[in-house]
Ligand binder design. Structure first.
Ligand SMILES: [Zn+2]
Ligand SMILES: [Zn+2]
Length: 172
């Protein structure tokens, strides 16, 4: 489970010294990559193509992985596929101005871990379901209705009915 934190620290400075049009692809394959407490990627594979452009180094990335998430209805664990394609331009330091978002570091090393983390988090669904027709948990006894059935009678949600019911019960 231990991951060296610099596993995605890429040495790309040499590309800045190449001709415009030069490109180099890095391939990645990790059984598991931990990108923080809330993001563990399993079966991660991907590639980043770095190309020298007139402004700097363009990274075009493609990553696939799965991650474990919790089903919003039954709280079971779900393996969620994640796929991300993105590109970022790392501007050469001397070409950068105050509006430049990403600048190629002077040491030529780019840490892709936080970048990949950010893009993968964007791919996370807001509400995951283990299957589209997940029956969820019984609100009364808590059994997983996908696996077991129970005899709970779920009270009508209408507050007027429950008020009437409690009035009737009080009168008994
Ligand atoms: Zn579920
Ligand atoms: Zn029940």
């Amino acid at each position: 489970m231990a991951n060296p934190t610099n596993i995605l620290l890429l040495e790309v400075g040499f590309i800045a010294h190449e001709e415009v049009g030069y490109s180099r692809t890095f391939d990645f394959e990790f059984p598991q990559l931990v990108l923080g407490d809330d993001l563990v990627l399993d079966h991660l594979s991907g590639e980043i193509e770095f190309s020298r452009t007139s402004e700097g180094v363009l990274a075009q990335a493609e990553f696939n992985a799965t991650t474990k998430v919790t089903c919003g209805r039954c709280l079971g664990k779900v393996s969620q596929p994640l796929e991300s394609h993105f590109s970022d331009l790392f501007t050469l330091p001397y070409r950068a101005d105050k509006d430049t978002e990403l600048i190629l570091p002077h040491n030529g090393k780019i840490d892709f871990a936080p970048i990949l983390r950010e893009y993968m988090l964007l791919e996370m669904p807001i509400n995951s379901l283990c299957r589209p027709d997940c029956q969820g948990l019984c609100p009364a006894c808590g059994v997983n209705r996908n696996q077991e059935s129970c005899d709970c009678v779920i009270e009508a949600a209408d507050p007027r009915l429950s008020m009437l019911k409690s009035l009737l019960e009080d009168g008994e």
